[in-house]
Design a protein around this ligand. Structure first.
Ligand code: ARG
Length: 457
């Protein structure tokens, strides 16, 4: 096939180069954005008198028909037409000849691809934001149902202090809420219209850039033509935002995997969200959580790949930048696959409240509260810490727990200890007294949940 840019060439492109150079295999997915962008550009060219109005109208109409044919599976894209932009332009010209040849007036593929990728990613950001919101709502439901489900909180994966499952789940809620805010922030910087940048130096035609921006739902136009065609910050930024989502899902996955182990026994995943072993009949594996954790690597890979791809590029457009697509598309696809399955896995899991409570009872999770009790009786904190440390060592020796010691045994560690000690170190008190803002007390967490339910509505 003759190339649209073939004028100065006397030889055909080698088939190997066609194959190597072509991006149609992966950029075909931007067909709708390419067509919408071209329709807006053509309409503007007509309005500005740069091309005849009736030519503009025919281009707009024919592009609409091409879009329908693509959606009906009637079109086979050509490798040697290189990318989605030239494939569509080639089809347009094959249908309406010279009129179609007027479309690319005052435009370059460099600003065209910058436009398409922005429009495409804008759409994906909206879809991912909706999926993220659905997951956050499920977290709110789980939290609401577990306001008093006491479990051990950990640091260093060693039991630390008692918390509730609601408080734990709401920690992830906070992360995913920030992830949502990051996405909408990224959308703002991405939603700037680059057409009119031309290849790099703008154009002499009197384009109405503001009209095109408005028509295509952009908030503004790019302010420097070199930057307009060579900026991929927004792709890197989105890759980071997606990486942060995956980091959060991956940490949660790690906990789901631990919690569903026999050793923890805090949850049981639903059969529909687990898998078995081909050899060991007893097995029920948390494959969904493991795969989410595993897929995190490829999203980080996209971020690293994109930053590395951009780091040495002189202004303005360089073909290297075609490499942005497979990476960001894969990252987007991965996150879109992970979010709903992760959400359903959580929504269907069974919480083993008794095991969580038992877990909280072991490991001296109330030791801090025992020390705080002594502080309230007047002892300096460091002395209280030391006294309870000895108490813990004594319990380990006797294979028992603080609250099982008799009052005589307790008084040996501090004469300040009275009968009210037992209530002060009960798990219920440990949790319910931590009611300052941000703490795990049921009333505090409930208030947070209710505020966020309004926000999500
Ligand atoms: N397929 C190219 C890309 O994805 C489109 C822009 C090509 N521009 C050019 N002058 N070769 O980046």
């Amino acid at each position: 096939m003759a190339k649209l840019w073939g004028g100065r060439f006397s030889k055909a492109t080698d088939a190997l180069v066609d194959d190597f150079n072509s991006s149609i295999r992966f950029d075909a997915r931007m067909y709708a954005q390419d067509i919408e962008g071209s329709q807006a550009h053509a309409e503007m060219l007509g309005r500005q008198g740069i091309i005849p109005k009736e030519d503009a109208a025919l281009i707009v109409k024919t592009l609409g028909e091409i879009r329908q044919d693509i959606e009906d599976g009637k079109i086979e894209f050509q490798i040697d037409a290189e990318d989605i932009h030239m494939n569509i332009e080639t089809i347009l010209i094959s249908r309406i000849g010279d009129v179609g040849k007027r479309l690319h007036t005052g435009r370059s593929r460099n600003d065209q691809v910058a436009l398409d990728i922005r429009m495409y990613l804008r759409h994906e950001i909206d879809e991912i934001s909706a999926l993220l919101k659905a997951l956050r709502k499920t977290l709110l439901t789980i939290a609401q149902e577990n306001l008093t489900t006491v479990m051990p909180g950990y640091t260093h994966l060693q039991k630390a202090q008692p918390i509730t499952l609601a408080h734990h789940v709401m920690a992830y809620y906070e992360m995913l809420r920030r992830d949502g805010m990051r996405l909408s922030d990224c959308r703002k910087r991405l939603n700037i219209m680059p057409l009119g940048s031309g290849a790099l130096a703008g154009t002499t035609y009197p384009l109405d850039r503001a009209f095109v921006a408005e028509k295509l739902g952009f908030d503004d136009i790019t302010k420097n033509s070199l930057d307009g065609v060579s900026d991929r910050d927004f792709v890197c930024e989105l890759a980071f935002d997606l990486s942060a989502i995956m980091m959060h899902l991956s940490r949660f996955s790690e906990e789901i995997i631990l919690w569903s182990s026999h050793e923890f026994g805090f949850i049981e995943l639903d059969d529909a969200y687990s898998t078995g072993s081909s050899i060991m009949p007893q097995k029920k594996n948390p494959d969904v959580a493991e795969l989410v954790r595993g897929k995190t690597g490829r999203v980080y890979g996209a971020l690293t790949g994109l930053l590395t791809m951009m780091k040495g590029l002189p202004l303005a457009y360089n073909k290297d930048m075609q490499e942005d697509k497979e990476q960001i598309f894969d990252a987007v696809d991965t996150v879109k696959m992970c979010l709903p399955v992760f959400e359903k896995m959580l929504a269907t899991m069974r919480v083993k409240k008794d095991n969580m409570l038992r877990g909280a009872k072991g490991g001296f999770t109330n030791a801090t509260d025992a020390a705080d009790y002594l502080v309230k009786k007047g002892l300096p904190f460091r002395d209280a810490h030391a006294a309870v440390g000895k108490m813990v060592a004594y319990c380990i020796e006797k294979d028992t727990v603080i609250d099982a010691l008799s009052i005589q045994e307790l008084k040996a560690f501090s004469p300040l200890i009275e009968e009210d000690f037992y209530d002060a170190v009960s798990l219920h008190t440990c949790v319910s007294q931590r009611k300052l803002p941000g703490g795990p007390a049921a009333e505090t967490v409930k208030a947070a949940i209710e505020a966020y339910q309004k926000e999500e509505a």
